[in-house]
Design a protein around this ligand. Structure first.
Ligand SMILES: Nc1ncnc2c1ncn2[C@@H]1O[C@H](COP(=O)(O)OP(=O)(O)O)[C@@H](O)[C@H]1O
Ligand SMILES: [Mg+2]
Length: 457
């Protein structure tokens, strides 16, 4: 009747100290006498649960209906036996911590419950950072030891049929809510098991949010919208966590309904609202090293699916050439992101990707493909104060000899630091009217010329 073995692991004693103050300062990495008492009580209750209840604590994957009450009573008993004084608040805390331990990601649960946290970074059992509201902060969350952290990692990756051990010490997985998880453990990780969780936001930022957060100006937004509607091929370029996927999602939102869209991603993050969307996701090799389906294969398949536009979450390698060819042959309006530091750098990285894929093409031919395929690069950056913003919008107008001809249309002009260390500056048009203006005009999409002149931004 009870699934004892499967769930046994879930009630192993796990001693942790957690608080819900995710933003506590670094010196908070210590345990008060009160926390130590709480820890002892939890350990005792865990042990009792294993000895007396075992798998009966669960029905399928959920906690049994009376489990919560049972745990509360056991905590009260353990407190009484010890003759400790624990406040009502303390009892409630113990209770919710124990429930977290048993069913979820243990000490990480309170962090997952905080909607302002976008990234959870477990550097080791005793060091957990979060990104909260754009800022990176240490937390008081810790694991009992490496074994405890490994058990939590196991729980995450087992749920998607994978595992980590010495032979396969790195793994990507996804939480049921769509959050992306990466685990890397010794011997590759030198400080012990490491876990990074990129929260999935059910409610991604919209263009209005980006404008109100001053990631770009209203006129820049209007121009970008016209470019997407007018089927320009656009690359969003930036570092990790700079907001590339967010921007790609916003760009995609400008695509008129009625077009057939195919998205290709390593981990599906895009949330398109159009009615006609096919979502594809790559597959990693299984533990025997077989069955991998990379982006390039999905792209080849996509070309047989009659897409109007192709949206690739992030170009990383072998698929770069096929992507350029697709953009050059009837799939205008395609969108992607790339990891690069400037608009020009984005182009040279694309080139390198094509070369690395082993294509025996002359350098010049590759450059010509790049220049012909792409129309616009949008560069974004995360500044040290946590703000994400567009720092450059460049148009690719062709080649001159061996060199790309790029013209900046908008730039972020930094103007030093404010009193609280925040980066000051202004988005400014460069005064150049883009070549694509004519193309947009033909389609009745052109924005006012003033958009590209100083007064507007
Ligand atoms: N302009 C912005 N202002 C505030 N937060 C942003 C902005 N753009 C993105 N973010 C947030 O930054 C985090 C990382 O964004 P994401 O688009 O996933 O970055 P990338 O794809 O470059 O790694 C997400 O939590 C996202 O909600
Ligand atoms: Mg991304």
């Amino acid at each position: 009747m009870f699934n004892l073995n499967k769930r046994r692991q879930a009630v192993v004693p796990e001693v942790v100290t957690i608080t819900t103050e995710a933003a506590a300062p670094a010196q908070a990495f210590y345990q008060s006498p009160e926390e130590l008492v709480h820890q002892e009580i939890k350990l005792a209750v865990h042990q009792k649960l294993i000895d007396e209840v075992g798998g009966a604590l669960f029905v399928g994957d959920a906690l049994a209906p009376d489990a919560s009450d049972l745990i509360r009573r056991m905590i009260q008993d353990a407190v009484n036996v010890r003759g400790e004084l624990v406040t009502r608040h303390g009892l409630d805390q113990l209770h919710s911590q124990m429930l977290d331990e048993i069913r979820g990601l243990g000490p990480l649960e309170p962090l997952l419950a905080d909607p302002l946290i976008s990234e959870i970074m477990v550097n080791s059992a005793s060091q957990v950072f979060v990104e909260r509201d754009g800022k990176i902060l240490p937390t008081r969350v810790r694991f009992q030891d490496d074994a405890h952290l490994l058990r939590i990692i196991d729980r995450v990756v087992n749920a998607v049929g994978r595992h980590v051990d010495e032979a396969t010490p790195m793994c990507d997985a996804r939480l049921p809510d769509g959050s992306r998880v990466n685990a890397i453990i010794p011997p590759l990780a030198l400080n012990g098991p490491c876990l990074t969780i990129r929260r999935f936001s059910k409610d991604p930022l919209k263009i209005a949010d980006l404008v109100s957060r001053q990631a770009l100006t209203e006129p820049m937004a209007a121009f970008i919208r016209a470019c997407v509607e007018g089927k320009l091929n656009i690359v969003v370029s930036g570092g990790t966590g700079s907001g590339k996927t967010t921007m790609l999602n916003v760009l995609s939102s400008f695509i008129p309904a009625g077009e057939r869209l195919v998205t290709i991603e390593d981990a599906a993050e895009l949330q398109l609202q159009q009615p006609h969307v096919i979502r594809l996701e790559t597959r990693q090799a299984n533990n025997e090293g077989v069955g991998a389906v990379p982006q390039g294969d999905l792209l080849r398949n996509t070309l047989r699916m009659r897409p109007d536009r192709i949206i690739i979450g992030e170009v990383r390698g072998g698929e770069a050439l096929s992507m350029l060819q697709a953009m050059n042959t009837g799939h205008e309006g395609s969108l992607t992101t790339i990891h690069a530091n400037t608009c020009r750098d984005a182009l040279s990285r694309l080139e390198t990707m094509v070369l690395m894929a082993g294509m025996d093409l002359p350098h010049r031919a590759i450059r010509e493909q790049v220049a012909a395929a792409l129309d616009l690069v949008i560069q974004i950056e995360r500044s040290p104060d946590g703000k994400r913003r567009v720092t450059q919008i460049s148009e690719i107008v062709g080649m001159e000899g061996e060199v790309y001809l790029l013209q900046d249309l908008f730039r972020w002009v930094p103007l030093g630091r404010g009193p609280e260390g925040e980066s000051l500056g202004q988005h400014r048009p460069t005064g150049i009217v883009p070549r694509c203006q004519a193309r947009l005009e033909e389609k009745g999409l052109a924005v006012a010329l003033g958009t590209f002149q100083g007064a507007q931004a």
